[in-house]
Design a protein around this ligand. Structure first.
Ligand SMILES: [Zn+2]
Ligand SMILES: [Zn+2]
Length: 473
């Protein structure tokens, strides 16, 4: 199948001015990201086609009051179906429905305490489409938006996201994580036409949700280094412009941590913009790479364990924050002394398979089928090690040395905002923590991250052991 990101755009527009990072000086990352809304162009920096279907990102007080003209601007008219969970209905429903009143909105409220984007939730929203809405409005954060995004695609309906918490970076995503048969996988979805938020609503959300959003942004620290190494080790597609945009956003967000800890509405509004921005970066690239690496693999494995054991889930960004601390710790462990580590024996295939069966339980067959049973070795690994050494000399060692101060500082920022820095704070056992670091990479076999690199050096499982005893190892 041809790669859609490389296909010539039928209506390719000229390269927008904003695509040149030289125009970014003096502008915030969110402001730059707004310049990418609605673009569709062939990128001079990477040669790929970049398209963003989201057309508006408005984070301002009272945005709910101006909804009708704003929607008309986007070509939306007719009756919307507004989708809530019980909490978002209570927190933001009245203002949102008042703003939509001229359109006579229908509503659907998920009443479950353990709402997941799973078969039951999708089915209940499908049934609500009997109201024959012209478009959908999701009112919530991660889970509600993910459910709506999938149903909107399947039903061929446009949708708009009204964000109630700056807790997750998936708002602008065009893919959606769903839990089907207990296994979390990424499915196609639809990106919202607009992302709207009121900073006052965001700042009134529980503080731990803001901490989770901060953790999800922090994850880009390891995601970006993983992406650059995947480019240099495996020849994976990479765009320097998108990389630079996400990098700029992370730097700005780190500087906001004090104001976030005080729940200042303007800071929480900026956090939402940055979270939306990373979703826009994923749309531009057509993959999750700019926003998701080793830290997300740790998070996904913890979450899959929650689902299998019917534990109430914790926030995605909390687990991403934990994964980021572990990812930085692993980078330091591997390369902190300025060299490649010495090669150690790797895990034999039969041990690996029995570990996968223990960790993944009923999903193990699929994991065993989709992953290499032994790490890359021999001449192919030697060639990768040479490319790795060159990449570390060119930029990697500088970044990894920065983790010596960033790692403890980031943990302090998460704590100050009210998030967890140890898996035990979310109720995970040492075994859960060890397995998340050791076997998160198996959730997405094709994605090269620092976990996979450590496995090839024969150092991953020893690090996982250390991380379990004293996070981040
Ligand atoms: Zn590009
Ligand atoms: Zn995330």
């Amino acid at each position: 199948m041809p790669d859609p990101a490389l296909a010539p755009a039928p209506t390719a527009a000229p390269v927008p001015e904003i695509a040149d990072p030289a125009t970014w000086t003096g502008r915030s990352a969110a402001d730059v990201a707004r310049g990418f809304l609605g673009v569709d162009y062939a990128c001079p920096a990477c040669g790929r086609r970049h398209a963003v279907s989201t057309r508006r990102l408005e984070t301002r007080p009272g945005v709910a009051r101006d909804l009708v003209p704003l929607l008309a601007d986007l070509g939306l008219s007719g009756r919307p179906l507004v989708v809530f969970d019980a909490n978002t209905r209570a927190a933001a429903g009245d203002a949102l429905l008042a703003g939509l009143d001229p359109l006579a909105p229908a509503t659907h409220v998920f009443r479950r305490d353990d709402l997941h984007a799973d078969e039951a939730a999708l089915g209940s929203l499908l049934a609500a489409l009997a109201a024959r809405p012209a478009f959908l409005v999701s009112c919530g954060s991660g889970t509600v938006t993910d459910i709506v995004r999938y149903v909107a695609l399947q039903a061929g309906l446009p949708f708009v996201s009204y964000a109630t918490a700056a807790s997750v970076d998936g708002f602008a995503s065009s893919v959606t994580p769903l839990i089907v048969d207990g296994f979390k996988r990424t499915y196609p979805g639809k990106a919202p036409l607009a992302i709207l938020a009121d900073p006052g609503v965001l700042a009134a959300a529980p503080r731990r949700m803001t901490a989770a959003g901060f953790g999800d942004v922090l994850g880009k620290v390891t995601a970006l280094l993983d992406w650059r190494l995947a480019r240099d080790l495996d020849g994976e597609a990479h765009c320097p412009t998108i990389d630079a945009l996400v990098d700029k956003a992370v730097v700005e967000c780190l500087a906001l941590s004090g104001a976030l800890a005080r729940s200042e509405p303007s800071a929480v509004g900026t956090l939402l913009d940055v979270l939306a921005l990373t979703g826009i970066a994923m749309q531009l690239m057509g993959t999750s790479r700019p926003a998701s690496g080793a830290e997300h693999q740790v998070s996904h494995l913890l979450e899959m364990g929650d689902i299998r054991r019917h534990r109430p889930g914790s926030l995605h960004g909390d687990k991403v924050g934990l994964g980021t601390l572990a990812g930085m710790g692993l980078y330091l462990r591997l390369f902190g002394d300025g060299n490649l580590p010495a090669q150690r024996p790797t895990m034999p295939a039969r041990v690996w398979e029995s570990e996968v069966r223990r960790v993944f339980g009923p999903q193990a067959d699929a994991v065993v089928a989709n992953n290499p049973h032994e790490p890359l070795s021999g001449a192919a690994w030697d060639a990768q090690k040479r490319r790795l050494a060159a990449a570390l000399d060119a930029y990697g060692h500088g970044i990894v040395q920065g983790y010596r101060t960033l790692l403890p500082a980031a943990a302090g920022m998460i704590e100050a905002i009210g998030g967890p820095v140890k898996p035990s704070q979310l109720g995970y056992s040492e075994q859960d923590a060890r397995d998340a670091v050791g076997f998160g990479k198996e959730v997405n076999a094709a994605k090269l991250t620092v976990m996979r690199i450590a496995e090839r050096f024969g150092l991953l499982y020893e690090f996982a052991e250390a991380a379990a005893a004293d996070w981040p190892g």
